[in-house]
Design a protein around this ligand. Structure first.
Ligand code: 9D3
Length: 304
């Protein structure tokens, strides 16, 4: 069935997922959520994203959402009550309802914080199976601990670098989760998604023309030999993974052919049957493939 027809079927069943965001900076979400694949997914009703301004749930004329920490110290703390009131509007009666996997039945409440579990694709996949997410974007030094105790099921970080708030991390979570929902990616993209589930980095890509500024596309890709192309791509995927992210090889789904290629890169004496593909083999990599995570293999990305 065509994609348009699928979305009309799904419309009758409600969105695949609803995501509520609680933030002090709702305006930050407009561009990313309305554009590209995510914008199309929302427009076609596959995912519903509702952004709430925490200040709308304050009760004083200054719309105070944060306050000084009890006990003193630097920084501000997000107040509990505006967040509790926001949740009253999303999940009426949450405080008395029991049962279910999380603290509030029927939804998963996530707090984006530098102290959270680092996001990875396995976590994204797990979240994509939820029917309803609430994402709390933090700011300042943190949130009143009673919000954690009463509401937060899970704390997530997007990596070890310091941002100004949890808004960009919330958008990262939404983007990563939404693209896994049925119907969000096109048929071709979904197939690609599955073929990359082997845990390797991608091989190089080329498109027309075959030569520009004296730079040529590797001959094998122009040859029309599907099996040779497949072998070349696999080899380049393995090479890149070994050079840039050797630790991924420990978890990758590798065939006997893959192992033979890796041994060849490692200079371990496997017959060089597939030489002359247009790229230099070896590249100074000296670790054995099965030691590659720890043996000082060049990563090609020194930071300093
Ligand atoms: C002084 C201690 N700081 C922690 C390193 C405080 C602090 C810095 C930055 C508290 C919050 C923030 C804002 N960042 C987030 O809210 C955040 C975040 C991040 O900065 N990096 C990666 N993932 C995330 S998820 C939320």
């Amino acid at each position: 069935m065509r994609r348009a027809a699928w979305s009309s079927v799904l419309r009758g069943c409600g969105a695949e997922m609803r995501i509520d965001v609680l933030t002090l900076f709702p305006e930050m979400f407009a561009g990313p959520l309305d554009s590209s694949i995510l914008g199309r997914a929302r427009a076609s009703g596959l995912v519903e994203v509702v952004v709430h301004d925490i200040r709308d749930y304050t009760d004083d004329r200054h719309r105070t959402a944060d306050d000084y920490p009890y006990g003193g110290g630097a920084g501000m703390v997000l107040k509990a009550d505006p967040i509790f009131r926001a949740v009253d509007s999303l999940a009426p009666g949450w405080q008395t309802a029991g049962g279910g996997a999380g603290k509030i039945p029927g939804l998963r409440f996530i707090y984006l914080t530098p102290q959270g579990t680092p996001l990875d694709q396995a976590l994204v996949r797990r979240l994509s199976r939820e029917k309803r997410l609430v994402l709390l974007a933090g700011h300042y030094e943190g949130v009143d601990e009673r919000v954690r105790e009463a509401l937060v099921d899970e704390e997530i970080s997007i990596g070890d670098y310091v941002l100004t708030g949890g808004e960009l991390p919330a958008m990262v979570v939404i983007d990563a989760v939404a693209r896994l929902l049925p119907g969000v990616l096109g048929r071709e993209e979904s197939a690609l998604e599955e073929s990359f589930a082997d845990g390797l980095l991608e091989h190089p890509h080329y498109t027309r023309p075959a030569e520009t500024r004296g730079l040529r596309v590797p001959e094998v890709l122009l040859s029309g030999h599907h099996e040779m192309v497949r072998r070349w791509r696999r080899r380049e995927s393995l090479r890149r993974t070994l050079e840039r992210r050797p630790e991924l090889l420990l978890e990758a789904r590798l065939t006997a052919e893959d192992h033979a290629i890796l041994w060849e890169f490692a200079g371990a004496g496997t017959p060089a049957g597939a030489a002359g593909t247009g790229t230099t083999a070896g590249d100074g990599v000296t670790a054995r493939p099965d030691e590659s995570a720890g043996a000082g293999t060049p990563t090609g990305r020194s930071e300093e």
